[in-house]
Design a protein around this ligand. Sequence first.
Ligand code: BT5
Length: 326
Amino acid sequence: MTEKILNILKNNKEFTSGEKIAKSLNITRAAVWKNIVKLKSMGYNITSVTNKGYLLIEDSDIFNNIEIEKEINTFKLGKKIYYFDEINSTNEYAKKIINESIEEGTLIVANSQTNGKGRLDRQWISNKGDGIFLSLILRPDIELFKITQITLLAGICICNTIKNITGLDVKIKWPNDIIIDNKKVCGILTEINAQIDRVSYVILGIGINVNNEKFNVALEDKATSIFLQLGKNINRQKVIAHFLKEFENNYFKYIKEKNFATFLDEYKKLCINLGKECKIVSSKKEIVGKVIDISPLGEIIFKTKDEILKIVSGEVSLRNIDGSYI
Ligand code: BT5
């Protein structure tokens, strides 16, 4: 009902009386009022004037499930949305609700996170109103060792989404950092549950810096946002909808073929590490070498002075030779 009232207000540039809305929806004026209060609490700027009714003052930056749903144009992904103005972590929420009846494509979106997570217990800064914080529940029928490929595929789709919407030059730092102008604009946290060697479900967590005007001191040299690169605000729901469409097309193709080979060339073109001298940093040691290729499984092929190694994404970070971020 709330959404129907919102639509009526959106379609009227003049005041609409409570009576008229009540009649057209066959509800009481008190029910109209209750829903108007709800819409106001969701952030809609609605003016109420006695004897005239209600008028919606258009505001482009309303971010909630109604606005997100309106933009989404997919078959399966994002058909069920859990939206929060604030949550600890969308990935944690996904883990809490997941069971057999939760459908593939269920989307959790938040306007802010109090405990946004990166990999290896790192933190993801998730300020209110600036970014996209989402988790997508997937049930890919693939073997466990292929799981990195889902992260790589999501990386390609995020690059294409930002590029298509903004024209910016977006790249990937293996495995999960999306980069503009050598700074991180987006991170991906893929968490899984598996039985023996088959994946039961995947939580694809994505954080994108969209309208951030600045970052804290710790991040200002290595983080950026679409706003900082483009000089204007971008509608977050459009970015989500575009990503879901892009990812849906590619994800189901990948699941059908069960093979990342189709996407490997595209990934390599986007990957900034290929051909570069760098350091692989893990909790145990640092190895210096050169990234000479990416395998069809999504591993880095790394040439040191003594040997050629295949590195999986799990426990390592790539750094410049001097230890800096990129
Ligand atoms: C990531 O980890 O890049 C994965 C980030 C995933 C965040 C999403 S938001 C929705 C979903 N729910 C969650 O709780 N998480 C996911 P990692 O590669 O470990 O990078 C983390 C590092 O990036 C931090 O240690 C900081 O140095 C840096 N960082 C933190 N917040 C950032 C931000 N907003 N923008 C750019 N860099 C950031």
